[in-house]
Write a protein that binds this ligand. Structure first.
Ligand code: MGD
Ligand code: MGD
Ligand code: SF4
Ligand code: MO
Length: 893
């Protein structure tokens, strides 16, 4: 404690100014100190090292002050183009996380019974040898597919080291609690619709928003995203800057977030009904002819004719690979179906709408089908479904549609129910209809990357080809939910089901590298009987969590202040560099390599095979240190080794103006002399998503092998699915559980992390449940009361926060677990964990298998007090304050 420079009051003050307050509207340029952007030593003994935060997925630039080998202060690096020198509370809490007395310090092996939480220190060699031996035995006895891995969504920035290990080992099974519930529905849909990034602010896309003085943007729609909470230092601040410059905003969110409070129109939607509202926006825009007609006609596939029966587009010819097929349109000049050669034919006047008989086959344009799909969703109908006011909906649509350029940013909210992919389709469609694509002021842009990408995004190649066709076909949930192929992942509920039923086979060994799976997986209690049946469990993380108590081996991993990784942000590349190294912690990217190497030494053929399928080549099938791996990238990208690069970083690889490239689709391709178009097979915006049908039938374009079809064709257009646990009249379940539960972020925690950081727990000690005062009154609940919250699946507690900013039929909570009760019967995850209530069974999303984290039914009642043993007062957290530590040298294994 003595060495800490920032005291608690200063911390609270700093977080108020640099983090949350900035996001809420303060200026970046005032209110906080910015350190000299140098890698040198301004004051005696104190070195300032440039690095990047990883306490969430935003990677903000950091200046770490290091004195006598110890990190004493963190501040924002103003060079970082997104956060511009701001840091949020989570980032600033990095010191407490790093020096936490309860870090996993050494590899440990379980002694006593599983779940007893008794451990013995072992060496890295012993730990890795034991794991590799177990892996190889299991593979031999039961098949490689019975080993499965999992990771965290915002965990180790080197995401692909897990699939790489799985592919080499030969198991098709790894999963992530985000994935189908986070981001995949959007990355998949936007990739298939236009071949560019999605519009998530929290995932550091929407790159147009970070240059507020140089954008003509007029409107920003934040749909199911709350950047002031989910990325306070970067995206949240950028949105505040845009608002300050007059950009009008619409927020679609069931709760009154800071962004909702400042919006021109706020639509407090009923959770889980977004696609109905999107279809109403679509209908209105089509009906009132507000869409960009020229753009839609020339640059989308909506005028192309679709065979109504087969749902497939009519082709005049299938052209050679790389050149788009020629599709049929209805020419209104000649009243006949005509082929439209890419990109356009001025001699034709294609119809956008209409139904036509062509050689006895009923055909409609894609636009006609979209129009018919949206037809039932009048403003009134949407108001009724979504619990909104029809006039307010109209006001929001007009604000968006009459004030271009602009865009719809879609957050994670819609990824967390079975209507997930359809919402991404709906949001993409609304951006496209308004022509909000690849021009200044819009969100769907394909700006340049360092040109050496993916080198600086994910550096470890996933080695997809190492997984055989036979093994790929065994992926749990993989045939039915082929959208998972974009991330090469399995479906968590299918894995759970397989453990419990032994069908189609029984998974036996689990390697997990993330925080607390009980805190982030839906219906987490359902995993307990599964965990009890597994032969062997490994947990790699920075701290013990509830999940660790079920493990056989614990591996200590590095905190972000101990890791090295390139970080690309807009036109610059930064270096997250290790500022210190404590105990025997190891970077996980290295752990996977070491495991693969050991499996190779035990005779595993694939692992033995030099990974020469990737550009890493024969020389580096495994890497023995992170530096060895990183050198390969920096040497090829910037002709420096990692150390030199880290010293020089950030490098600006392009001036901002060149980096922000617009109208990419119009650029002439020198090979064809035609516009390059979009990154889709037709080179048009594929709003009529025939490619979803093809994906479901074959696995194309993601599978390396042809796969058998899913049980049902995927739908090429967005459709609305009423939440399975519906609060609407006639629902039996709603009689017992009348309220709709939803979630979102709080700005001081990231997923299951940081609940063990005293200063953050002081800001937000226990989870609140947001309740409308009218609803609270019904249950005799007052502000600050303890309540029980119950769903069909379980019962937890929370503290009442009464607010008008919450619909009377909806309640809201954040995910929580309590590290302080880990040694009790509850293991810290049963008291206040909203994922005890959430729903992990069917219906799933048809394309990616999403289950339900938001928009299911609960009931509430008053409780007498807090759950036993949880810490509520600042002095109780004292035990977790940083301790002096013993920095160790590189761990040799
Ligand atoms: N009810 C409900 N459940 C949810 C959600 C919800 O909104 N409501 N959200 C879902 C979403 S969007 C997601 S992405 C998942 C997240 O679920 P997970 O990502 O599995 O969550 P954790 O394992 O707690 O988080 C891992 C965390 O480790 C930290 N970390 C940083 N560096 C490293 C590192 O080098 N290695 C490792 N292992 N960890 C590191 C990061 O803060 C990272 O978030 O949860 C999902 N679950
Ligand atoms: N502080 C913090 N920041 C984080 C994370 C974290 O755990 N903590 N996690 C990171 C990760 S992995 C992710 S995916 C991003 C997510 O960040 P965002 O994409 O911004 O999404 P959330 O903040 O989870 O949720 C946005 C809003 O959705 C609202 N909402 C709930 N249900 C519905 C619904 O049915 N429809 C609509 N329209 N809105 C709904 C919630 O009230 C919430 O305010 O945040 C990242 N940043
Ligand atoms: S938003 Fe906060 S936690 Fe996330 S990277 Fe930036 S400073 Fe770190
Ligand atoms: Mo996420």
């Amino acid at each position: 404690m003595k060495q800490l420079v920032l005291n608690r009051r200063q911390f609270l003050k700093a977080t108020a100014v640099t983090g949350i307050a900035t996001a809420l509207g303060g200026s970046f340029k005032t209110g906080f100190t910015q350190g000299e952007a140098v890698n040198s030593a301004p004051a005696a003994e104190t070195k300032i090292i440039k690095t990047n935060c990883r306490a969430c997925i935003a990677n903000c630039g950091v200046l770490a002050h290091v004195k006598n080998g110890r990190v004493v202060k963190l501040e924002g690096n103003p060079e970082y183009p997104m956060s511009k020198g701001a840091l949020c509370a989570k980032g600033l809490a990095g010191i407490q996380a790093l020096y936490h007395p309860n870090r996993n310090k050494y590899p440990m092996i379980r002694v006593g019974n599983r779940g007893e939480n008794k451990w013995k220190r072992i060496s890295w060699d012993e730990a890795l040898d034991t794991i590799a031996k177990k892996l190889m035995e299991t593979r031999e006895k039961y098949g490689a597919e019975t080993v499965f891995c999992s990771t965290g969504g915002g965990g180790n920035p080197e995401f692909w080291s897990i699939p790489r290990f799985c592919n080499a080992f030969g198991t098709p099974n790894w999963f992530e609690p985000g994935c189908a519930q986070c981001y995949l529905p959007r990355t998949l849909t936007f990739a298939l619709m236009y071949g560019g990034p999605d519009t998530s602010i929290a995932d550091s896309n929407c790159l147009e928003i970070y240059d507020p003085d140089d954008t003509p943007m007029k409107t920003l729609v934040m749909w199911g995203t709350d950047p002031s909470y989910s990325c306070p230092a970067g995206g949240g601040g950028a949105v505040a800057e845009l608002r300050a410059r007059g950009v009008r905003t619409v927020v679609i969110d069931p709760r009154l977030t800071p962004d909702a409070a400042k919006a021109d129109v706020w639509l407090p939607i009923r959770p889980g009904t977004d696609v109905a509202l999107m279809l109403a926006w679509t209908r209105y825009i089509i009906d009132k002819k507000l869409y960009d007609q020229d753009f839609v006609l020339k640059w989308t596939n909506l005028p192309y004719l679709v065979d109504v029966k087969t749902q497939m587009l009519l082709r005049a010819s299938e052209n050679a690979e790389g050149t788009p097929d020629t599709f049929m349109v209805w020419d209104t000049k000649t009243n006949s179906a005509q082929p439209l050669a890419y990109p356009w034919n001025d001699n034709l006047t294609p119809a956008l709408e209409g139904t036509f008989m062509i050689n006895g086959v009923e055909c409609k344009t894609g636009f006609q089908l979209l129009k018919e799909r949206s037809e039932p969703y009048t403003l009134e109908k949407a108001a009724e479904i979504c619990w909104l006011d029809a006039n307010k909906i109209e006001e929001a649509i007009k604000l968006y549609a009459l004030n271009s350029p602009g865009g719809i940013s879609l957050g994670v909210a819609t990824d967390q129910n079975p209507n997930s992919v359809q919402a991404a389709m709906g949001a993409g469609t609304l951006n496209v209809l308004m022509g909000n694509v690849e021009k200044p002021g819009v969100l769907m842009n394909r700006f340049k990357t360092s040109g050496i990408a993916p080198i600086f995004t994910y550096i470890v190649p996933p080695a997809l080809k190492l997984l055989s066709e036979e093994q790929l076909k065994k992926r749990l949930g993989g045939i039915e939910y082929k959208g998972l192929l974009q991330w090469w992942a399995a479906q968590p509920s299918a894995v759970l089901d397989a453990i419990l039923t032994g069908k189609p086979y029984k998974p036996r060994v689990w390697l997990d590298r993330s925080g607390n799976k009980f805190g982030v997986l839906a219906n987490s209690s359902a995993w307990v009987p599964a965990l009890e049946q597994l032969d062997f469990i490994v947990h790699m993380y920075m701290y013990p969590t509830s999940f660790s108590t079920y493990a056989d081996i614990l591996l200590p991993t590095t905190e972000w202040l101990e890791t090295n990784m390139p970080v690309e942000s807009m036109n610059k590349v930064f270096a997250r560099q290790a500022v210190t190294h404590l105990w025997e912690t190891m970077d996980e990217t290295l752990i996977w390599s070491k495991l693969a190497k050991r499996c190779a030494d035990l005779g595993h053929e694939n692992c033995q095979k030099a990974f020469d399928l990737d550009f890493m080549g024969k020389d580096l099938p495994y890497w023995n240190s992170m530096e060895e791996l990183l050198d390969i990238f920096t040497k090829s990208a910037v002709k420096m080794n990692w150390k030199e690069f880290a010293q020089k970083a950030p490098i600006e690889y392009l001036p901002m103006k060149e980096y922000k490239e617009y109208y990419v689709y119009k650029k002439i391709d020198p090979q064809t002399g035609l516009p390059a178009g979009f990154n889709t097979p037709s080179k048009k915006l594929e709003v009529y998503m025939e490619n979803m049908i093809i994906l479901g039938r074959t696995g194309k374009p993601f599978s390396t092998y042809p796969l058998p079809p899913a049980s049902k064709d995927y739908n090429p257009l967005p459709y609305f699915l009423e939440p399975h646990e519906s609060p609407l009249e006639g629902s039996e379940l709603a009689k017992e559980f009348p309220l709709v539960m939803t979630n979102g972020r709080v700005p001081v925690y990231h997923h299951g992390t940081l609940r063990n950081v005293p200063w953050l727990r002081e800001i937000y000690p226990v989870p609140e449940i947001w309740i409308n005062p009218k609803t609270a009154a019904k249950y005799d609940i007052s502000q600050g009361d303890w309540v029980y919250v119950e769903s069909k699946r379980g019962k937890i507690q929370a503290k009442a926060w009464l607010t008008e900013g919450q619909h009377p039929g909806v309640v809201y909570m954040e995910r929580f677990w309590n590290p302080e009760t880990m040694d009790t019967e509850t293991r810290g995850w049963r008291e206040m964990n909203v994922n005890i209530l959430s729903k992990n069974d069917a219906p799933f999303n048809d394309v990616v298998g999403t289950y339900t984290l938001r928009g299911y039914l609960v009931k509430i009642s008053k409780a007498d007090g807090p759950p036993k043993g949880v810490w509520l007062k600042p002095q109780e957290f004292k035990k977790w304050l940083p301790e002096p530590s013993d920095p160790t040298k590189e761990v040799e294994v």
